[in-house]
Design a protein around this ligand. Structure first.
Ligand SMILES: Cc1cc2nc3c(=O)[nH]c(=O)nc-3n(C[C@H](O)[C@H](O)[C@H](O)COP(=O)(O)O)c2cc1C
Length: 392
């Protein structure tokens, strides 16, 4: 899973970046509506297993505030959407099968979210229409604003049960699932999918039409096939084809890693919103930067001190979150180490910081290592780094 986050060969290709850069007249829309739910601005944090848990989601929604030391510790939840620049967050995918069989207490852990996360969408995967309908009802009863169906996961263990992108080979079954889930819930219902199984089987347009005909409220396309995994370039022209084919909102996804990319995706496809995955952990400021770029045609890069506050705040949030009772510190420290690899890119001397984080034995020791590193005069006074550097 973590490996996927490093599959960025084409992302770092400046020729592609230049080709996608658009004039400042291209804008990410200020809002969109998915059913009765207002998403403002029209940006979505992509669901990412192992990444977009409640801590990371809340962190992203408020990440923009870390440039202001006075507000870093005390986030104003009411305005966090528009201030953070992230209009919608989604849970990582959850097994419908597991959810419908779990005891109530365990379910709660999978579906944990906080009030300041609204609007929030819960993503499900599975292949049985009845089970998915039951799970969607559980999601609705848990207070989520939107329920989403995953038709994109390429992982073998998911595909082998016909879930995720496995279903892309069976449009009639997808139709039965749409019908069953639609009948079970009243909250907006959306689907996130890939182009198709492979290049000989591109079914994204008929799938989007089927979604619309079945009463779904929006579609999101990651413009790669299942066989592509994360290789090659996302083929945005298919997003434009879907936009031409349906009237419900279309969310574009794949290879957006700068504000310029976000505006280019909108301009080239006409899609209604931009969904961002891998760029978010590498650059938690991206949503705010998109908002700033949309408003002014320019955006600020985070300073070294911004990065310090960002790393510290996220780690503190991890420590504060209730991890499984028997190993709270270990679980938090494990997550901190996982994220250190992404967050410390763009920090000068980041390799040394990563090393001390990996060697630390507890969450508190990791925080000490971060404090020590950034209190050394040379690191704080270093020049800031470009966004391209962060992604390398
Ligand atoms: C680590 C990781 C986990 C992911 N987990 C999910 C998931 O649970 N559900 C889903 O629909 N897509 C998942 N994805 C795919 C992303 O949501 C997104 O479609 C993909 O990364 C392309 O967008 P990007 O180029 O902005 O990263 C995952 C991607 C990564 C890298």
């Amino acid at each position: 899973m973590q490996r996927d986050l490093y599959m960025k060969k084409d992302w770092d290709n400046s020729a592609i970046t230049a080709a996608r850069a658009m004039p400042h007249t291209a804008r990410v829309p200020a809002e969109l509506h998915i059913g009765g739910v207002r998403i403002a601005p029209a940006t979505v944090l992509a669901p990412m297993a192992g990444v977009t848990d409640t801590v990371f989601r809340r962190f992203i929604k408020n990440a923009s505030m870390f440039t202001d030391p006075t507000s870093a510790a005390d986030v104003d939840t009411a305005t966090s959407n528009e201030v953070s620049g992230c209009g919608l967050i989604m849970t990582e995918f959850t097994s419908a099968d597991g959810l419908s069989r779990m005891r109530e207490t365990k379910r709660k852990r999978y579906l944990t979210y906080y009030e300041d996360e609204h609007p929030i969408s819960a993503q499900l995967f599975g292949s049985d229409p009845q089970t998915l309908a039951e799970a969607a009802k559980i999601v609705e009863d848990a207070g989520f604003d939107i329920v989403d169906l995953n038709l994109g996961c390429p992982a073998k263990r998911v595909v082998s049960c016909n879930g995720g992108s496995g279903l892309l080979r069976d449009l009639p079954l997808i139709g039965a699932i749409f019908e069953s889930v639609r009948a079970a819930v009243t909250i907006p219902f959306t689907v996130k999918f890939r182009l198709g199984w492979n290049d000989n089987h591109i079914i994204c347009v008929p799938l989007a039409k089927l979604a619309e005909d079945s009463g779904l409220n929006a579609v999101a396309l990651h413009a790669r096939t299942r066989e592509q995994g994360y290789a090659g370039q996302a083929r945005w022209h298919h997003i434009a084809e879907i936009k031409d084919a349906v009237k419900i909102p279309v969310i574009g996804n794949g290879d957006v890693r700068t504000p310029e990319d976000a505006c280019a995706l909108i301009a080239k496809t006409g899609c209604d919103a931009v969904m961002i995955g891998r760029a978010a952990p590498a650059n938690p400021w991206i949503f705010r930067q998109i908002a700033q770029y949309t408003a002014t045609g320019r955006y600020d890069a985070p300073t070294e001190q911004d990065r310090y506050r960002m790393i510290r705040t996220y780690f503190e949030m991890l420590l504060a979150e209730a991890f499984p009772e028997n190993a709270p510190a270990t679980a938090a420290a494990g997550k901190m180490k996982q994220f250190a690899a992404w967050f410390t890119h763009g920090v000068r001397g980041g390799a040394a910081l990563r090393k001390s984080i990996y060697e630390a034995k507890s969450g508190a020791a990791i925080l000490d290592a971060v404090d020590r590193f950034f209190s050394e005069p040379c690191s704080a006074s270093e020049a800031t780094h470009s966004f391209e550097e962060i992604l390398q």
